[in-house]
Design a protein around this ligand. Structure first.
Ligand code: PMP
Length: 361
């Protein structure tokens, strides 16, 4: 479509065009109801069906068996930062965290409000430019869980291994890389993701939790903050973000059509290789901000030789129809977010733009 931007926004971000077309098609009359999904009851059979379908699809796409429950909640990934310690931090336990950037730090802050956090690994002293290695992790025996952020949206780093915890539950914030590559999701006991990067629009958070863990959670929690409320009621305890869940279902169907996570991974690998290749060709000009073995496939972060050049780069890219390339306000620079709905063509356009910008500047 001629007027669609090449969208590299960090989140909310691009959605697959095929999904948007279905949404447009079904907007005024969902499944013969004569109403949009926004207008039907969350207690209707139509919503019940799509809610169940979305949960089943999520399990199917990520290869989770029925020992996992999938739920859809509001409140963003940020609410999970608090829900996890609330549900898991029994007396005498600590929450162990690998601190790999701003989002991990926010999760740690919540654990310290509710109980006690232990930093099991950190790259803070190196401006978070790498992911700590397994051998450097220090997971205490009284840890209720180890929490990691699989992809660091702001700093542009990503875990390329799944930590071994010696039987301690592994929890992950996968907000910015869920469903972007093949991964043994069954190594995680609980993981969550705000939908607004790889799964759909903002407003809904997907949480997958191993059912056996539900029996070990703390008692006497506020109802809405207790995972059991939502697993027992199939994410229908209160009014869910129906429209967002509907789009998540469509995105999961789209992922299946791309060949599932194997198909998605293949394209995502080519996309990130295309952009990193330019950084590696001109490392003095396009200065990658992360160590190579920790590079994110989803958020490519870089600096240019000066802030003036960065401003010019962003302005000229925007004028050329490549939007959303500004680095996070806390770090500056350039960030190329290559989430699932960004096409290979989009990644190639950025790479070409980078090279012609360098030539001209
Ligand atoms: N975790 C990560 C890795 C993120 O990138 C973000 C948002 N960009 C969050 C958590 C916070 O998500 P939300 O805005 O849905 O609370």
């Amino acid at each position: 479509m001629a007027n669609r931007a090449y969208n590299f926004n960090p989140g909310p971000s691009a959605l697959p065009l095929d999904v948007l077309k279905i949404v447009r098609e079904e907007l005024l009359d969902y499944s013969g109801t004569g109403m949009s999904v926004m207008e039907i009851s969350h207690r209707s059979s139509e919503y019940d069906e799509l809610n169940n379908k979305a949960m089943i699809l999520a399990r199917e796409v990520m290869g989770l068996d029925d020992s996992y429950r999938v739920i859809f909640l509001g409140g963003g990934a940020s609410t999970q930062f608090a829900m996890i310690p609330l549900n898991f931090l029994h007396e005498g336990k600590v929450g162990a965290y690998v601190d790999t950037g701003a989002w991990s730090s926010k999760a740690i802050k919540e654990a310290d409000i509710i109980g006690k956090a232990h930093v099991a690994g950190s790259s803070k002293d190196a401006e978070y430019k790498f992911i700590p290695k397994q051998k450097d992790l220090d997971i205490p025996g009284n840890a209720a869980y180890l929490h990691i952020t699989t992809n660091n949206t702001i700093k542009g780093t990503q875990f390329h291994y799944v930590p071994e915890t010696g039987g301690i539950p592994l929890i992950a914030d996968m907000s910015s890389d869920i469903c972007s590559r093949q991964l043994d999701y069954s190594k995680f006991d609980l993981f969550y993701a705000g939908a607004q990067k790889n799964l759909g629009p903002s407003g809904v958070t997907l949480i997958a939790i191993r059912e056996s863990l539900l029996k070990q959670l703390k008692d006497d929690l506020p109802t809405m903050l207790d995972y059991r409320t939502h697993t027992e009621k199939n994410s229908l305890y209160n009014t869910p973000p129906c429209f967002a869940v509907y789009i998540v279902k469509l995105v999961l169907e789209w992922i299946k059509k791309q060949g599932g996570l194997a198909g998605i991974e293949k394209v995502n690998m080519e996309k990130k290789d295309t952009v990193y290749a330019v950084i590696d060709r001109y490392p003095d000009y396009f200065r990658g901000t992360t160590e190579k073995d920790s590079r994110s496939w989803m958020n490519v972060t870089l600096r240019l030789p000066s802030e003036d050049l960065e401003k010019k780069f962003i302005a000229e890219a925007t004028a050329a129809g490549l939007v959303g390339l500004k680095g996070h306000r806390s770090v500056g620079g350039i960030r190329v977010s290559l989430y699932n709905a960004v096409t290979l063509d989009g990644a190639r356009r950025v790479a070409e733009f980078m090279q012609s910008f360098k030539k001209a500047n």
